[in-house]
Ligand binder design. Sequence first.
Ligand code: AMP
Length: 226
Amino acid sequence: MSRLAIILFGPPAAGKGTQARMVGEAFHFPVISTGDILREAVRNQTSLGNEARRYMDSGALVPDSLVDAIVKERLQREDCARGFILDGYPRTVNQAAFIETAFKEGDLEIRVVGIDVADEVLIRRIAGRLSCPKDGKVFNAAAVPGKGGAVCDVCGTPLVSRADDSAEVMQQRLEVYHRQTQPLIDYYIGRGCYSAVDGDRPINEVHESIMKAVDANSGNPCRRNG
Ligand code: AMP
């Protein structure tokens, strides 16, 4: 039986991380977030982290070769044997091609769900985004009680604003998304495995639409080129 790769696709702050966790729980699949892996490497000041930081701080993409190596190593672990959720990867057409080469033909069934949210909404969301540095859970500042002392409701760690969520870096990340990542939509539409959901709705409604989209794509795996 082939393993299922559910790719949650969309611009920064579309809700990929939150939705990836929910879909991961529903399928009992691990969630692989390249952003989380890179941030951990930056915190631990590993050589990967120090290299990646230069790109992340300015809102640019980390080079494909670094990110591909991280993903390849992670996907080889036992917990990915039945399937996995990808959050924030692939972000370039080269990365998309790379995942397919990491598995034998027929071993991987890819289903891609795009979360659509307009740029103005994303910019407003980012301005109020706080996250837990330990488990990555994202909060909206307006919804967090208390002033300045907000903590994660799961682990109690004080919440922080991500360095790359500043207005200037967010603008850059959106530009990078439109230029380098959005072309992947046509890439996956061409392969018959892309569906989109409206991400500007309550979290549970978006989740239901994503689950339906994943089901609807069943039996309609990505066609390979060549
Ligand atoms: P995210 O948390 O997914 O928004 O990722 C934060 C930052 O990590 C991005 O702005 C990029 O600098 C870097 N990053 C994460 N995933 C990738 C990827 N697949 N390719 C290149 N850079 C990435």
